[in-house]
Every structure is written in C-alpha cells, then in structure tokens.
Design a protein around this ligand. Sequence first.
Ligand SMILES: NC(=O)c1ccc[n+]([C@@H]2O[C@H](COP(=O)([O-])OP(=O)(O)OC[C@H]3O[C@@H](n4cnc5c(N)ncnc54)[C@H](O)[C@@H]3O)[C@@H](O)[C@H]2O)c1
Length: 374
Amino acid sequence: MSKGLALITGGAGFIGSHTAVELLRVGYTVRVLDNLSPPVHIGDGSWPDWLSADVERVAGDVRNREDWAKALRGVDVVIHLAAYQDLLRNFSQFFHVNSVGTALLYELIVAEKLPVRKVVVASSQFVYGEGRYQCAKDGEVFPDGRDPQRLAKGLWEPVCPKCRGPIKSLPLLETHAGPENQYSISKYSQELMAVALGRNYGIPSVALRYSIVQGPHQSFRNAYSGVLRIFTLQMMKGRRPSVFEDGQQLRDYVNVGDVARANRLALESDAANYEVFNVGGGRGYTVVEFARIVGETLGVNLEPNISGEYRVGDTRHSVSDISKLQRLGWQPTKTPRDSVRDYVEWIRRQKLDKDYAGEALTKLREMGVLRKAT
Ligand SMILES: NC(=O)c1ccc[n+]([C@@H]2O[C@H](COP(=O)([O-])OP(=O)(O)OC[C@H]3O[C@@H](n4cnc5c(N)ncnc54)[C@H](O)[C@@H]3O)[C@@H](O)[C@H]2O)c1
C-alpha cells in the first residue's frame, strides 16, 4: 500500500530526482512539478533521462496558481525544491519564483482546505551570510559581508565587526541567519513562511538549510554550479583547477543521497515540525583539499591555479553544525570523495558539447562577479 502521494516541485532537477528515488523506494507515490527551465534543462520541454520512469510528471511553473492547483490535487505531502538560483541581477525573479511561489503553495492549501499533512521547503547554507566567528576580545561575533576594499587587496579573512581584530570561524547554527544577496534573502523568506504560515494555519512544515550538495545529475550547464563541476570539467581537459582567493576557504559538502534521506526524515518526523535544520557533511575542507580529491579521483596531477581571483559576495568559511538533525537520527553516510567519484562516473557519460566550465568563468568575469585582487 502506498504511503501517500508526494509532490516534489523541481523534481526534474538534481536534488529532486534523487529525492524521488528515495520516496519511491520507501513506498510513496511520487508526482513531480517542474517547468523544465534552461540552463539546467535543454529548453525543449523534454524531461531529463535521469528522472525515474515511475513518477507522474506535471509540466508547470510554481509562479502559476493553476499549475499549483493541478499539481496539488490529491497530494498528501510536499517537498518544495523548485527555485531560481543564479548570480544574475534580475533581482525580482528570485522573489517571484522562490518567495511568491512558496506563498502561493500556502495560499492554495489554506484557500482550498487541502489535506496536505506536511511541507518540506529547501533553504540553503547561504542564508547565514558570512556566518559565525570567535574573536579573542569580543567573543562570538557575526560579521557583515567582507569589505570589497579589503578583498581587492587580497585580504581574505573577515575581521571582528567590533574591534577589527582577527577572528576564527565557528560552525553555523540554525539559531542565526544573515542573508546578504538576492538568492539568500529569497531563500530565507521561504523558511520564514514555512515556519510561520505553517504554524499559523496548522500545516506541519520544515525548512532545510542544505550545505553544498554533490553527486550525479548536478547541472553542468548553469553559471552558479560550484567547485565540483568547475574542477572536474577543467581537469578532464588537462587544465589546472581555478581556485579562488588563496584556496584556504572552508566549506562542507554533503552527498545528494544523504540529502534525499534528510528530506524523507523531515517529511516523516513530527519532531521536525516548524523547525529549521542544517543538512551538511559535518566536516570542513579547504578548497585546495577539495581540488586534490577531484584530481586524485580523475587520476591526474594538476596543481591548483591560485590566481587571486575572488567572487564578490562569497563567504570566507561556511561549515554547518549538523547536530540538530543528527538528534533526529540522520547521519551523512558518504564523504566528498564518494560524491566526487559518483559525479565523475556520471559526467563521463554526459554529452559535453561546449566548454561549460570556461564559459561559466567568462560569464562571471563579464558580470563583474569574478574579480582579481591587486
Ligand atoms: N544544489 C545545492 O548545492 C543546493 C544547496 C542549497 C540549497 N539548494 C536548494 O535546493 C533546491 C533544489 O536545488 P537543485 O540543486 O536540485 O537545483 P536544480 O536546478 O538542479 O533543480 C531545480 C529544479 O527546479 C525547476 N524549476 C526552476 N524554476 C521553476 C519554476 N518557476 N517552476 C517550476 N519548476 C522550476 C528546474 O527546472 C529544476 O528542475 C533549490 O531550492 C535550491 O535553492 C541546493
């Protein structure tokens, strides 16, 4: 017997396609709502071949009330992953897709008295902004985004917002948020809606702040896909991996299969209701360390190219504390090395008709997002 009908928005994408497999595996019937938008998709309206044949497919847009109404018919639970994610300056689109899309979901559930018993909303580690640090003099501090003048001089580490002295990064805790760009502000608005509207209208809801998610099906066509895509594509062509800043930035990486299990846990655990959880790898790696893992997996020996370039608005260190979700019984089971291996196996089978990594970097330079310190 089915555990119920689960709607996954953005289900044709990276995390959505893995979440569909996980929910099918444990006995849900799965429906996907996706507008199949480029650059993640080819743009001809076709569904990606990585999407399980066992899901029901609804082509539609989360900005459209009728599409939501159609997709929500008979649904028991919703995993809301569809989102606009880019580094472009069309600020309003982030809010139309991410914020208004989420508001429409709650609006319809309330207006139509839909018997949806759980909503899980995808948020992001980006909502932390520069995050949490320790100052020897001032204790725990939350610095604003890094000063562009310091970055232009290659001074990478943030400083204490009070005494301007050196600070040390601390794991990110769900009690804090400090979004600093159009994407993270829109993601934070989705979290706030999930918790507040969910509670106000009795719709059990959970928001999950994913760290950098990795594994097969991660789009190689868009500009924002992170280091795994760039390093893999560069090194597959025998090029040195482009490392921004000095490569000592700390990040945590979580495998997409572990994220799919976190989505299911959030769906099924009453203790998760109206809460926000980090979903991360549990350990920080420097970007140089990560480049080495990609090189070893590909069997190439290419030294990182530390060019002194930096991305405006990037955080210096972001490593999530995952103890809150661990207390619900979730653990990351795969390492970054596992994720890289799975991704490399997958990307080798893809039709790479263009220099996607080179184009992404060029686009970032043209937009003024990628700059060089002097
Ligand atoms: N991948 C990561 O590392 C990461 C990290 C933090 C948070 N997230 C969040 O996780 C979610 C899923 O991300 P992903 O990496 O799988 O992205 P993805 O781009 O692979 O998938 C997103 C899917 O949403 C669909 N979509 C986009 N706009 C839509 C719209 N208006 N209507 C309907 N469908 C639409 C796309 O066609 C795509 O299939 C997003 O909400 C994202 O913000 C991802």
